[in-house]
Design a protein around this ligand. Structure first.
Ligand SMILES: [Zn+2]
Length: 238
């Protein structure tokens, strides 16, 4: 995931928050297109599916750890660094992981990046953490967080200032921009695994994410809704 200094470069990043089998479909498609991407897996069962990880490695993609140890340890730094190391070693059974990337844990009061307050990536033989290692003044960041290319207002922690003056709503707008030559030479594209070729799953996810985005916005100003939303989220990931 190291970004070279010169020339055109796209880092294709997939955070496998859930629906790991969708990640495999994406990985197969990219493999056919000659694209090598980076798949960041969480330790939770919705993401950490051994058959999927092994097959994605087999397709020639890079694997990273999508860590959330500080929020899972409820801010206990000692516990979090221990589980971080254990989980990293677990994913290294599949691939020599050199990159990690924080999971936003939007309902948690703990920002997982704070794990690096007293530790450094090199302590774990790591070379990159997108939110810490990439200069987003020089690298355009395009993310589908919030279930849309312009869903930034729904993001809690996956927030990067856009200095490129570009904004997209549809994927076709991105394609047109690339064709016109106006797309930045260096970019990191984050696509989650909610992309699907099943119409039923697409409609269901569309409805779920629409509701979730609006509950997240309401929760910002309403502690009661925030507590209820956190309870539902905690139950879902259990
Ligand atoms: Zn995530």
């Amino acid at each position: 995931m190291t970004v070279p200094v010169r020339g055109k470069c796209i880092v294709m990043r997939h955070d496998v928050d859930e629906l790991a089998w969708n990640a495999l479909k994406m990985a197969q498609l990219e493999n056919k297109l000659g694209i090598r991407a980076t798949y960041f897996f969480r330790i939770v069962k919705q993401s950490n599916v051994p058959e999927v990880i092994a097959q994605i490695v087999g397709l020639g993609h890079e694997i990273g750890y999508h860590y959330e140890d500080l929020s899972l340890a409820k801010g206990d730094e000692t516990k979090a660094i221990k589980t971080f190391e254990d989980n990293l070693n677990y994913f290294r059974k599949y691939y020599p992981v050199r990159s990690v990337c924080m999971h936003g844990s939007s309902t948690s009061e703990y920002d997982n990046r704070l794990l690096w307050k007293n530790y450094s990536l090199s302590d774990f033989d790591l070379v990159g953490e997108p939110y810490l290692s990439v200069d987003f003044d020089k690298t355009f960041y395009l993310t589908d967080t919030g279930y849309a290319w312009d869903g930034g207002k729904f993001a809690t922690r996956d927030v990067v200032e856009n200095r490129f003056g570009l904004r997209f709503h549809t994927t076709n707008q991105i394609v047109d921009c690339i064709k016109s030559g106006a797309f930045p030479e260096r970019a990191m594209i984050l696509a989650h695994t909610l992309w699907t070729d099943s119409r039923l799953q697409w409609d269901w996810l569309h409805l779920r994410e629409f509701l979730r985005n609006h509950v997240k916005l309401m929760a910002k100003n309403n502690p009661g809704i925030a507590r209820l939303y956190k309870k539902i989220v905690d139950l879902y990931w259990k």
